[in-house]
Design a protein around this ligand. Sequence first.
Ligand code: BGC
Length: 496
Amino acid sequence: MATRKAPSRRGSMHDVPKDLMQQIQQLEQQFTVPTEKLLEVVDRFVGELKKGLSKEGGSIPMNPTWVIGYPTGDEKGTYLALDLGGTNLRVCEVELGEESGQYDIYQSKYRLPEEIKSGTGEQLFDYTAECVKQFLIANHEDEDIRDMKELHLGFTFSYPCTQNAIDHGVLQRWTKGFDISGVEGKDVVPMFEEALERKGVPIKITALVNDTTGTLIASAYTDPTTKIGCIFGTGCNAAYVEDMGSIPKLEHLALDPNLQIAINCEWGAFDNECVVLPRTTYDKHIDKTSPRPGQQIFEKMVAGLYLGEIFRLVLIDLYHNPDVKIFEGQNIEALEEPYSLDASFLAEIESDPWENLMDTHALFEKTLNITTTEPERKLIRRLAELIGTRAARLSACGVAAICKKKKIDSCHVGADGSVFDKYPHFQARGAQALREIFGWDASVRQDPIQIVKSEDGSGVGAALIAALTLKRINEGIHAGVNVKRKNSLIPPPENK
Ligand code: BGC
């Protein structure tokens, strides 16, 4: 269809022995997503987005966030932002500037210890509260933390939550391999506020924010053509703004149908019923052995957490295949360790500039203690390309589906996350998939829908959302409802 090709660097394969060549061809068959499949996936995706908004609901949660409308650029003030993602924890202080669209940010990053991901809720929130405390001590040397009641915190909590107000959020389920006890089905806001109290940090949470919503709002703040916010990182997801009138599951609230509300799609759950996605045995294995089998089926094929694992499973399978000679006679103990390779391992292979893939050679020796031959490295390189390309092309289906559902012909999609930022060719491959889906050929000079690097969603976005929330509280309005009206079905946030 389209003539512009997304990059992939296929070196000469003439020296690859027949058994490896056959495997490469089989892998190509399993992992390639042709245009027709993209179209089929997008079609179903559009239907599933609508289903998620319906009263009956579907696999994709389509969570209303109670973030109403876009920022105007007039938002001001200093806010705390906390980002609890899949890998790191970040605390920021954000000063929204005098000039529209400008801000200053001070931040500290903390590694999330591995054991916390399978511990208890109390451990997680105590650790998080301690990081906030350390940040405040370091950045407010002359002040007493106990007097900081006036600070407003935008808490970016990047997991699916049911929100009936912006400062509440019941965790639907953990994703991204987290398996922390005692939190699913509970409101995470009071749990975290109690932890803050235990640490003597009296700040309250003004807004609970998903990273995609933060990305959408932060990008729209500096680029008003933004209509979608996406994360392509450890997990994968998107948010966009919907008219209240198109959300049947909120009909009972009888709110203004023109009210604009951000929806956190939680599209990682797309195709949990396994109808359309071209899953391989490796994808099925990942799902089966994960802490939440049957959940996040789409995410498990495209997100950073899983790309290295898919790659590892394929190599192990080849090693044990009697018809294939790969890593012959070598100890592959290090490769046998589940989740030992992350997406950055594939990114390094795809970035190897040498014809004989010498960087890949060194990488395998150093990380896995495996010595590779040049033909083996050619298979390895092709495998990384296939997995990375499939992830980019399927991710683009989600973007296309939102655009089709909302009848958006042109826009910017603000995107963030380690895969988007660091995985070679991810952006170009996604753009190529969008061209195929929408049929933009070479005569279309500039792609009408472009996925672009976003502003800092979990920092600035969360701060902006806290600012927007305070403004609405001060105006006596919450989620389009005058909170003083009797019978308001949406509990107003406390004026903290
Ligand atoms: C979570 C989403 C999040 C995404 C990106 C997914 O696993 O369910 O809430 O937006 O990861 O971080």
